[in-house]
Design a protein around this ligand. Structure first.
Ligand SMILES: Nc1ncnc2c1ncn2[C@@H]1O[C@H](COP(=O)(O)OP(=O)(O)OP(=O)(O)O)[C@@H](O)[C@H]1O
Ligand SMILES: [Mg+2]
Length: 209
């Protein structure tokens, strides 16, 4: 391992080599405040889950190749994708959200929820290809509710991190999403309303206590 390129809530990402290939090493780190047994269980299962879901999703959207899985050392070695994350590009080019819409719809149409669809989890590859990453929280599901949670999370990210381009980015996102989604538009929008109302209600409740 050579250079630390990202330090996230869960993992450190190093740039290194895998044989002749450029590779990233994603190392899930210990959370000192968490029970040691639980912490180790979560790091191991998320490492395995991420490898499995990256490989499964690859049939539907571009994801980096998984080069090595080390559940005991909580390490994943992935193909390095050279490029920039959507987070750094979206404010100057909000129509890029279209691709997040297309990719989420393709995952959902094949029974997968991403679980953490934020704008740092899409890499705009130097080759012109877009890659989705960070599948540690993703899972198989057939429930529209779970797909709507992904869409809701993405909207929240736009609201908080891309406020000045929110309207345009959301329009592009929906355009992409509904061009590929098997779910009827009104059904999804109703589910989203439901989730939003529930969120507002529980926020209000917790505020009173
Ligand atoms: N295969 C890759 N190629 C190039 N850069 C990558 C790759 N994987 C991750 N990165 C970079 O590292 C950052 C963090 O990676 P990732 O999203 O997988 O981890 P994380 O967000 O810290 O983990 P988690 O959300 O699971 O706790 C990405 O936003 C991206 O900038
Ligand atoms: Mg991430």
């Amino acid at each position: 391992m050579e250079k630390l390129i990202s330090r996230g809530a869960e993992a450190d990402i190093y740039l290194g080599k895998w044989g002749p290939l450029d590779a990233v090493y994603k190392v899930r780190i210990r959370k000192p405040y968490m029970n040691e047994v639980l912490d180790s269980f979560l790091r191991r299962t998320r490492t395995l889950r991420e490898a499995k879901m990256l490989r499964t999703a690859r049939a539907y959207i571009p994801t980096p190749h998984v080069l090595y899985v080390g559940p005991k050392s909580y390490v994943l070695v992935l193909e390095y994708i050279s490029g920039r994350v959507m987070k750094d590009e979206l404010n100057s080019n909000p129509s890029l959200a279209f691709y997040m819409g297309v990719y989420l719809a393709r995952l959902h149409s094949n029974g997968i929820a991403h679980g953490d669809p934020n704008t740092s989890n899409m890499i705009l590859g130097a080759s012109g290809k877009y890659y989705m990453i960070d599948f540690g929280l993703s899972y198989f599901t057939e429930r529209i509710e779970d797909y709507a949670v992904d869409v809701h999370l993405f909207r929240e990210i736009l609201n908080v991190q891309h406020t000045e381009v929110y309207d345009e980015a959301l329009r592009s996102f929906y355009e992409g999403y509904f061009s590929e989604s098997k779910i009827e538009k009104n059904r999804m929008l109703d589910k989203l309303d439901e989730i939003e109302k529930r969120g507002r209600y529980s926020r209000r409740r917790s505020f009173q206590f």
